[in-house]
Design a protein around this ligand. Sequence first.
Ligand code: TXA
Ligand code: MG
Length: 325
Amino acid sequence: MGTNNNTFGTNIELATEKLKAEELVSFATETVYGLGADAESLFAVKKVFSAKGRPTDHPLIVHIASVDKLEYWAKDIPADAYKLARHFWPGPLTLILKKQDHVLDAITGGQDTIALRVPRHPLTLSLLRNFNGLVGPSANKYGKVSPTRASHVLEDFDTEISYVLDGGACDVGIESTIIDCTSDDISVLRAGIISEVELSQVLQRPVQIKEKFKIKVPGAKLSHYAPSKPLFVVSYNEIISNIELNNLKNKKMAILSFNKKPSDVNLENCYWYKIENDPISFSKYLYKNMRDMDKLDVDELFIERPKNSTAWRASLDRLARASKK
Ligand code: TXA
Ligand code: MG
């Protein structure tokens, strides 16, 4: 992070000062770190796009301190949206709503909707109380793996960021569930740790997963959340056959598996990591594991494919986007 060694910590006053000066401050949330800017400064919002290398038509989430700020940013808010916000906030749920007229076009990509979320992190909630809202895309370069530690943010950014509000390791580890609340027919646009089953339970009616996105979600673009090395998401048996093939080609691999190191396979070209077969801990460490594996002296990354079920959907979604087909 350049020569400034004063650039991360837990100083909310300093973070506030930098943001008021239209600079960028990364903040911790329970999902991933955000690349924060004052949502009412066009100058600062534009900086977010250029720092990330993100296309300007990809809209940003506005983070707010509490449900009381909903009407400042959104209008025509359905009762069910309030119900979900009250139930899950602060937490990993983002609502898409009709926007108020004053919302900057730069935030919404010119759409008439806005994405809003109250994150669940005490430091960041204190910071947010000093603003009407902070935009906060994940604090990674466009298309790359999202950060779940302050150190990850510093790997991707240098002088573009003035401060990182360091809240430690993220609890959830993958991005929030995004739901479309612009009509009565609430639906999931981006899978997250809060599933359609939980949403349905709160609303007492079915919540659908939208197959075809009517509105733009960049996460829905292929090759997102991706490490720099080729990542393959395959079965245990396919991992083993790839080891045998790669041994012949002298290719090195990093492997993340639910199984322990096999004793009857030649692993001299492999790093083998055993992980728990549990969706919550898998998603919590997914991006950290991807970043760690990417840094090893290997040619290819392999992650064992989890089973196809609701509990694994968010991780499967991120793995599909990060991997080679
Ligand atoms: O957990 C999270 O959501 C994290 C943390 C930092 O809060 N943020 C995050 O931001 O993942 P980002 O920019 O990486 O992803 C935001 C997603 C994008 O896919 C974007 O298209 C979608 O939200 N989005 C934002 N505004 C939208 C809108 N008006 N309509 C549809 N999608 C929208
Ligand atoms: Mg992102």
